[in-house]
Design a protein around this ligand. Structure first.
Ligand code: GLV
Ligand code: MN
Ligand code: MN
Length: 413
């Protein structure tokens, strides 16, 4: 359970709000936070969000894809075509404090700013929290926004499994939601007239520009592939080196191929961040290894070429080791460009804030294919993300929420 906030911390600022959840989902082994979707810690964060939204008098509902919505609708307007902001509360394993929660906390504080500025919008403002943005439990990032928009078929989503073999359908049911209702939701999508997501910057752009807030231009195309190598499990001492069919050796070649192939294509990024040997014992030659490859490039054809190169080199290494390789694409998102008119309008109202591209994926990028969408980035003094070293200065966090309020005010009035 998220502990009660310290006396005096009502959650009136972004720093106070994040302070209230600072102990939720801490990962003592990895450092930072592990808040997988539908885990106890992520559900506690959702309860915290609902409580803070209700404290502000917002009406909260959770839709059939597990997206939580909190509505400020002082004029009782039809929710279709509303202005919506928000982000996510799940994290990567051992992630930072800001990736996701900064956007949620800033959205709540932005509502306070709008009220304090005396704004009574004729349209509704929604604050949305999307589940499984990181894909760190079920493997497909931006799961909530992909289901909402129909980019992920419910049948495929329901069959996804977590590292313990629990299907998404089972996890959904255990969380008290009906998995039969997952899927494209035209009614919920129609409520989003414009979407703006605030996010911690996951790079050094704003440090170099000496500015606290930027407007996003684009999100790099990216995808995930699973490389499954099968060999022969055996004894580490009793098996001669010449007699082995060790899938770990083939997987190691794939890791090196990823580095080399990415270096050979300007602007490409290739990462193997997760390798699981089965059964996974120090004195056991593995029978199987799954390695997950993440490849990104602005040109989707180059991404495909890099993946093909790595797969070919991995297959060669597998053959040389007497192993089999199966490559499966688990997800892909083409490079997304945010709406240029919206981007320019936000840049103008934010007094010429800089415009930055990002290499990180976001629900806003999925939504950008369906509704006008934009993002704001808040300076990260370490430039590091998906790590406990991710950081945001208190003053920048409050400036970010004020900038978000200004952007929303412009869109609402
Ligand atoms: C999510 O943060 C991603 O870029 O993978
Ligand atoms: Mn992330
Ligand atoms: Mn994020």
């Amino acid at each position: 359970m998220t502990p009660p906030p310290p006396a005096g911390n009502r959650g009136d600022t972004v720093t106070e709000l994040l302070g209230q959840i600072a102990d939720t989902g801490r990962d003592a082994a990895r450092g930072g936070y592990s808040r997988p979707v539908l885990s106890g810690s992520e559900r506690d964060l959702l309860a915290w969000f609902v409580e803070q939204a209700q404290r502000r008098g917002l009406d909260v509902d959770v839709d059939r894809n597990g997206i939580a919505w909190a509505w400020w609708n002082p004029s009782g307007a039809d929710l279709r075509g509303s202005v919506v902001t928000g982000s996510h509360l799940d994290s990567v394993p051992g992630g930072g404090a800001f990736d996701g929660p900064l956007g949620v906390a800033s959205a709540l504080v932005a509502v306070d700013h709008l009220r304090a500025r005396g704004i009574t919008p004729s349209r509704a403002l929604g604050v949305a929290v999307f589940p499984e943005e990181e894909g760190s439990r079920f493997g497909v990032a931006c799961l909530g926004s992909r289901l909402l928009t129909g980019e992920l078929a419910p049948k495929r989503a329901l069959a996804l499994t977590d590292p313990d073999g629990t299907t998404l359908a089972e996890a959904w049911g255990r969380a008290g939601m009906d998995p039969a209702h997952l899927g494209r939701d035209d009614e919920a999508l129609a409520r989003i007239g414009t979407f703006v997501e605030l996010h911690v910057e996951q790079g050094r752009g704003l440090i170099d520009l000496d500015a606290p807030v930027a407007v996003a231009s684009s999100v790099l195309g990216h995808g995930r592939w699973r490389l499954s190598f099968t060999g022969e499990g055996n004894h580490a001492g009793a098996t001669l080196m010449a007699d082995r069919r060790d899938p770990v050796v083939a997987a190691a070649a794939a890791v090196l191929a990823a580095r080399q192939s990415a270096l050979a294509h300007a602007d490409a990024r290739a990462t193997v961040g997760r390798i699981v040997p089965v059964p996974g014992g120090t004195n056991v030659i593995a029978s199987r290894v799954d390695a997950w490859l993440d490849v990104r490039h602005p040109d989707d054809a180059v991404t495909a070429a890099v993946v093909a190169e790595i797969s070919e080199r991995a297959a060669e290494a597998a053959r040389a080791e007497g192993c089999e390789l199966v490559v499966t694409q688990e997800s892909f998102s083409a490079t997304a460009h945010f709406d240029g008119v919206l981007r320019d309008r936000l840049t103008r109202v934010l007094s010429g804030a800089p415009v930055l591209a990002t290499g990180a994926g976001h629900d806003a990028a999925v939504l950008a294919g369906h509704v006008p969408s934009a993002m704001l980035f808040v300076r990260n003094p370490t430039g590091v993300s998906h790590s406990p070293a991710e950081a945001v200065e208190d003053d920048d966090a409050e400036q970010g929420a004020a900038a978000l309020a200004t952007a929303l005010e412009h869109l609402l009035t």
